[in-house]
Design a protein around this ligand. Structure first.
Ligand SMILES: Nc1nc2c(c(=O)[nH]1)N[C@H]1C(S)=C(S)[C@@H](COP(=O)(O)OP(=O)(O)OC[C@H]3O[C@@H](n4cnc5c(=O)[nH]c(N)nc54)[C@H](O)[C@@H]3O)O[C@H]1N2
Ligand SMILES: Nc1nc2c(c(=O)[nH]1)N[C@H]1C(S)=C(S)[C@@H](COP(=O)(O)OP(=O)(O)OC[C@H]3O[C@@H](n4cnc5c(=O)[nH]c(N)nc54)[C@H](O)[C@@H]3O)O[C@H]1N2
Ligand code: SF4
Ligand SMILES: [Mo]
Length: 729
C-alpha cells in the first residue's frame, strides 16, 4: 500500500485527476446513484449475447448480481460466466500499477507519469527513426465502443499510427466481408426473437449450448417445435439436441450449400418473386451450382444423398427458416464464400426480412459489433471508408479535426502486421485487451516474432497474461464493472455498462489511459471534447448519420438504459422505440440498386492436407460454458474453475484411440509440423474417426495450428490442421 501511496504522490495533475475519476465509487454519468444500496442494471462483459444483469450495490459498490428478468435479451437467465462477472475482478493477478521491464528483463512497478514518458519517448523515437508506419496496435472486441473509438482516433489521428487491427480479425472478419459484399453493408439482420419464431433453425459451425447458452435458451422457448439442423463435424452438445445433425467433413460447407441450392432449384423450391425483386446474380448462380451433383457433394462432404435431400426438403417446407453461423464457417480458408453460400440459401428461398428468418452471423465477444462500427481499424467511424474522400471530410467535420490527419489508405490486417514485425517494418506494438501470445495462430512463430519488437506495450487487467509477461511496458487497466460505456450485442442492440466498482490500485480505465496518452503525446487539444465516454458516444452518434447503422435518434445513456437497450438503426425522428427490430423487411438491401448479390466460387482444397505422417485433422473451439478464451478472467473464479478440466485435453474417437494404443485419460502427445503438445486423451464418439478436437482455452493449442487465411477477410483458419497423436512416453 505504501508503494502505491508513493507512486500516487509522485504523479502529475492530470494523472491525479484521472485516478480520482468521476465520483469515486460513484457511477459517473449514469443515473443510478440515487441510493447507495440500490440495484442498477448493465450488460454482461463476456459474450456477444449481451445479457442484462442486475447489479446489487452496498454503499454504492457492487456486492452481488443477478440476471435481469425484464431485459429483452436474456429474460432472467444468465450462464455461469455472467454470474461470476464480479468475482473475476478480485484477483492477486490484477495489474495494479504500470510495470516497466528493467535491464535484467524483470518487470518493476512504476508510476503513470514514468509510464507515459516511456510510452511517448520509445514510440516517438521508433517513429522518428523508422517512419510512422513502424508503430502499430492490436486491439479487441471487448472494450466499450467509446474506448475503441478513442484508441482508433488517438492512434491514427493523434499519433500518426497507420496500422491497427483487432482480435475481431480472428473472429468476425469473415462475416463482415460476406455481408458487405452480399448486402452492401455489414448488417446482421436479425433479432433474438427470431430464435423463437422460426419453424426451421439451421445452425452451421455454431455450438450454441456452449458458446451462447442463453441464445440456446431462446431456441428452447420456441413454441413451434422447430426442426433444428446442426451442421458440424462434431456431435456437439448442440448437435445432440438437434432434430438433424449433418456431421460433414471439415471445410466442406460451401460444397454442401451449393448442393442443397441445386436441389432447391431443380425442384422449383425457390421464391422467384423475391429473387426477381430483391437480388442480382441468380441465373449465374443457378448455372454454377448445376455441377454440384449428389455424387460430387456426397463424395466431398461425407454425407449421404438422403441427408442432402432431407435438408433441402426441410428448408422448402419451412415457412420461417433461419440460417445461423459462427466460427465453424468464419474460421476457414474460404470462409467468406462459405458464409455467402448460406446467405444464398436464405435469399433464394425468400427467408429474410420476415419474423423467424434470416442469414444470421452470431458474434462472439461482448462488443465485437461495436468494433465493427467504431474501432477505426478496417473502416472509418460509423461504417465509413478510409479511402473515400467524402467520408474523411464528413468525419473530420464532426470531430473538428483536419481531414489530412485521417489516413487515406487502409490499415494492414493482423497477419500482415505480424509479418511486418518479422520483416523489421514494424518495430513498436501496442496490444490492448487481447492476448495474442495465446490466441494467435501458430504460436511458436508468433512468440518468436513478438520477441523481435523493439518495444512491446500491453494494456491489460491482469499482469500475467502470456502477452503481458513478454511486455516491455504493461499499462494496468480497469475492467468491465470498473468503467462505463456501451457495447453492441449480436442482434445490434446497444447496451450500457457502468462503473460499479473501483479498479484496484492505480489501474485506470482504458478511456482515461487514452486521455493521459493524448496529453503526454502532445495531441491533447484534439481530444479536448472527449472528457467522458458519453461525450464520445455523442460524437460517434453523429458519425452514423445517414448510414445504415444510423443511431442519431438516441439521446444518450439514460435512454438506452431505460429502454432495455436499443438496436441500430435508430435514426433521428424514428417513431417510438420498438423493443425488437430486424432489417430488410422491405426487401431493400444497401447496394446502390437496393438488391442483394448471389456470390459463389469454386471450393478450394484444404491448405494443409492429411498424410500418413499426420493422419488426423485437428479441430479447435470452445470447450465449456465456463471457460472464456485465454482464461485470464475465468480462471480467477473458484466456481468456474470447478466446471472445467484444469489441464489440456484432446477428444479422440475410440476407434482411433485403439489404433494409437491409448486408453481413456492417458496422456498423449499431439504433434503437428509446428509443435508438440501434451494433453489428456478423452475418448468420445462426438468426434469422427480421423478427427480430434482441442479447446482453445489451453495455451498449448495454438502451437499446433497452421497459419492459413481467407483471401478476402484475412481471418485465420483455426479449425483445420494435420496432426498425429502418440502415447506420451
Ligand atoms: N463459453 C464460451 N463462450 C464463448 C466464448 C468462449 O471463449 N467461451 N467465446 C465467444 C467468441 S469470441 C466466439 S467467436 C464464439 C464462438 O462460438 P462458436 O463458433 O459456436 O464456437 P467454436 O467452438 O469456436 O466453433 C463452433 C463449431 O464449429 C465446428 N467446426 C469446425 N470446423 C467446422 C467446419 O468446417 N464446418 C462446420 N460447419 N463446423 C465446423 C466445431 O466443431 C465447433 O463445434 O463464442 C463466444 N462464446
Ligand atoms: N485455436 C484457436 N484459437 C482461437 C480461436 C479458436 O477457435 N481456436 N478463436 C479465436 C477467437 S474467435 C477469438 S475472439 C480470440 C480471442 O482471443 P483473445 O482476445 O486473445 O482472448 P482473451 O482471453 O479474451 O483476451 C482478452 C484480454 O483482454 C484482457 N481484458 C479484459 N477486459 C479488459 C479491459 O476492459 N481492458 C483491457 N485493457 N484489457 C482487458 C483480458 O485480461 C485478456 O488478457 O481467440 C482466437 N483464437
Ligand atoms: S450468455 Fe454471454 S452475455 Fe449472457 S451471461 Fe453468459 S457470458 Fe454473459
Ligand atoms: Mo471470437
Amino acid at each position: 500500500m505504501s508503494l502505491l501511496r508513493n507512486l500516487y504522490q509522485r504523479t502529475g495533475p492530470l494523472t491525479r485527476e484521472l485516478l480520482r475519476e468521476p465520483g469515486e465509487f460513484g457511477l459517473g454519468q449514469v443515473p443510478v446513484r440515487a441510493k447507495p444500496d440500490a440495484t442498477t442494471k448493465m450488460v454482461c462483459g463476456f459474450c456477444a449475447t449481451g445479457c442484462g444483469l442486475n447489479i446489487h450495490l452496498k454503499n454504492g459498490e457492487a456486492t452481488n448480481l443477478s440476471p435481469s428478468t425484464g431485459y429483452p435479451v436474456n429474460l432472467g437467465m444468465a450462464c455461469p460466466k455472467g454470474w461470476e462477472s464480479l468475482t473475476v475482478l478480485d484477483s492477486p493477478e490484477r495489474a495494479t500499477t504500470p510495470l516497466l521491464k528493467d535491464k535484467h528483463g524483470r518487470q518493476k512497478p512504476i508510476d503513470w507519469d514514468q509510464a507515459m514518458t516511456e510510452f511517448v519517448d520509445r514510440f516517438k523515437s521508433i517513429q522518428l527513426e523508422h517512419g510512422p508506419e513502424s508503430v502499430a496496435f492490436i486491439s479487441t472486441g471487448q472494450m466499450p465502443s467509446e474506448e475503441m473509438a478513442f484508441l482508433g482516433a488517438l492512434a491514427k489521428f493523434g499519433m500518426g499510427v497507420r496500422h491497427g487491427d483487432g482480435n475481431t480479425r480472428q473472429c468476425m472478419a469473415t462475416a463482415v466481408v460476406a455481408y458487405k459484399q452480399a448486402f452492401g453493408f455489414d448488417a446482421p439482420p436479425y433479432t433474438y426473437g427470431d430464435f423463437e419464431k422460426s419453424d426451421v433453425i439451421v445452425l452451421v459451425g455454431s455450438n450454441l449450448c456452449i458458446a451462447h447458452p442463453i441464445m440456446w435458451e431462446r431456441v428452447m422457448r420456441n413454441p413451434h417445435s422447430p426442426e433444428i439442423i446442426v451442421i458440424d463435424p462434431r456431435m456437439t452438445e448442440t448437435a445432440m439436441n438437434a432434430t438433424q445433425h449433418l456431421p460433414l467433413e471439415p471445410k466442406s460447407d460451401s460444397t454442401l450449400f451449393y448442393g442443397v441450392a441445386r436441389i432447391l432449384i431443380e425442384n422449383g423450391w425457390v421464391d422467384q418473386s423475391f429473387i426477381d425483386a430483391s437480388t442480382n446474380g441468380f441465373i449465374e448462380f443457378s448455372e454454377f451450382v448445376a455441377d454440384f451433383t449428389d455424387e460430387r457433394v456426397t463424395a466431398v462432404t461425407g454425407l449421404s444423398a438422403e441427408h442432402l435431400h432431407r435438408v433441402a426438403e426441410t428448408i422448402y417446407q419451412g415457412k420461417r427458416v433461419s440460417f445461423w453461423w459462427t466460427m465453424g464457417v468464419n474460421q476457414s480458408h474460404q470462409g467468406v464464400r462459405a458464409a455467402q453460400g448460406l446467405i444464398n440459401l436464405a435469399l433464394m428461398t425468400g427467408n429474410i426480412g420476415r419474423p423467424g428468418t434470416g442469414a444470421n452471423s452470431i458474434t462472439g465477444q461482448c462488443n465485437a459489433m461495436g468494433s465493427r462500427l467504431f474501432s477505426n481499424t478496417t473502416g472509418l467511424f460509423g461504417g465509413h471508408d478510409f479511402t473515400n474522400e467524402d467520408h474523411r471530410r464528413k468525419i473530420a467535420d464532426i470531430l473538428d479535426i483536419e481531414p489530412s490527419v485521417i489516413p487515406a489508405t487502409n490499415s494492414l490486417p493482423y497477419h500482415q502486421i505480424i509479418e511486418g514485425i518479422l520483416r523489421g517494418k514494424i518495430r513498436g506494438l501496442w496490444v490492448l485487451c487481447t492476448n495474442p501470445a495465446h490466441s494467435w495462430i501458430n504460436q511458436t512463430q508468433c512468440r518468436d516474432i513478438l520477441d523481435r519488437l523493439d518495444f512491446l506495450v500491453v494494456q491489460d487487467m491482469y499482469s500475467n497474461t502470456e502477452t503481458a509477461r513478454m511486455a516491455d511496458l504493461v499499462l494496468s487497466a480497469a475492467g468491465w464493472g470498473e468503467k462505463e460505456g456501451t457495447f453492441i450485442n449480436s442482434e445490434r442492440r446497444i447496451g450500457v455498462v457502468k462503473k460499479v466498482r473501483k479498479a484496484p490500485g492505480q489501474a485506470l480505465s482504458d478511456f482515461n489511459i487514452f486521455r493521459l496518452i493524448a496529453h503526454h503525446w502532445g495531441c491533447g487539444d484534439m481530444f479536448a471534447n472527449w472528457k467522458t465516454p458519453e461525450d464520445v458516444f455523442q460524437l460517434l452518434k453523429q458519425c452514423t448519420a445517414g448510414q445504415p447503422c444510423d443511431i442519431t435518434g438516441i439521446e444518450g445513456y439514460r435512454q438506452i438504459d431505460a429502454a432495455g437497450g436499443i438496436q441500430w438503426p435508430y435514426p433521428a425522428g424514428a417513431a417510438g422505440c420498438a423493443r425488437e427490430r430486424r432489417l430488410f423487411s422491405d426487401g431493400r438491401f444497401y447496394h446502390a440498386d437496393g438488391r442483394a448479390k448471389f456470390l459463389f466460387e469454386e471450393p478450394r482444397p484444404l491448405p494443409e492436407r492429411l498424410n500418413h505422417q499426420y493422419p488426423f485433422m485437428l479441430l479447435t473451439g470452445r470447450g465449456t460454458a465456463s471457460q472464456w478464451h485465454s482464461q485470464t478472467r475465468t480462471r480467477q473464479s473458484a466456481v468456474l474453475r470447478k466446471l472445467y478440466p484444469e489441464e489440456a485435453f484432446v477428444e479422440i474417437n475410440p476407434f482411433d484411440a485403439k489404433s494409437v494404443g491409448v486408453n481413456m485419460q492417458e496422456m498423449v502427445d499431439v504433434i503437428s509440423q509446428r509443435g508438440r503438445v501434451r494433453a489428456r486423451a478423452f475418448l468420445t464418439h462426438a468426434v469422427q474417426p480421423g478427427q480430434v478436437f482441442m479447446p482453445m482455452h489451453y495455451e498449448a493449442v495454438n502451437r499446433l495450428t497452421f497459419p492459413s487465411f481467407d483471401p478476402y477477410s484475412h481471418q485465420p483458419s483455426y479449425k483445420s490442421c494435420a496432426v498425429r497423436v502418440a502415447r506420451a512416453l
